[in-house]
Design a protein around this ligand. Structure first.
Ligand code: RP5
Length: 176
């Protein structure tokens, strides 16, 4: 089995359904990953050990996901020199706004790259872009992905123009 390049850590197994979207993207790009549940509040010793050894275990980037008072990405970032992508999970009374603020408002000197609430796909794509730096094969796959995104957007525009033209034609017909 290949050594994981992306390490996923989450505060609770209740975050897993959100993280599965990230693992699907990583699989799409054939980027090996590992995942663990370790809460900054409930399992601080394990979080610290996991983050401190992340680099020597071969990881290149970390996705840290948590909901509520989401301190996990920041705590992980405090323990490693690897880039940390913080993913706020949209749970609880504030639907993830609390987690977003907790993750994005890091003190100067300890950066976390925050993505949107439940934006697991973006977290994974950013992770792929980070590890693609010195990997031409991954760069090529990312270019193809961007091409597919652009094609989908162009097709959406074509559909919209068809609808608008249809509506205008209907209006003209009505006013005759
Ligand atoms: C956070 O609290 C977790 O990341 C999760 O999003 C949230 C709720 O956890 P559970 O009570 O479902 O374990 O630490």
């Amino acid at each position: 089995m290949e050594t994981p390049l992306v390490g996923i850590i989450m505060g609770s197994d209740s975050d897993w359904p959100t993280l599965r979207e990230a693992t699907a993207v990583l699989d799409e790009f054939s980027v090996p990953w590992e995942a663990t549940v370790a809460s900054a509040h409930r399992a601080p010793t394990r979080v610290s050990r996991w983050a401190t050894t992340a680099h020597e275990r071969g990881l290149a980037v970390i996705i840290a996901a948590a909901g509520l008072a989401a301190h996990l990405p920041g705590v992980v970032a405090a323990h490693t020199t690897l880039p940390v992508i913080g993913l706020p999970v949209g749970v609880g009374a504030l639907s993830g706004v609390d987690a977003l603020y907790s993750i994005v408002q890091m003190p100067p000197g300890v950066p976390v790259a925050a993505v949107g609430i439940d934006a697991a796909r973006n977290a994974a794509l950013l992770a792929v872009q980070i590890v693609a730096g010195a990997r031409p094969e991954l760069q090529r796959k990312l270019q193809q992905y961007k091409q597919r995104v652009e094609t989908a957007s162009t097709e959406a525009d074509a559909r919209l123009q068809t609808r608008i033209n249809g509506q205008k034609a209907d209006k003209r017909e009505e006013s005759r």
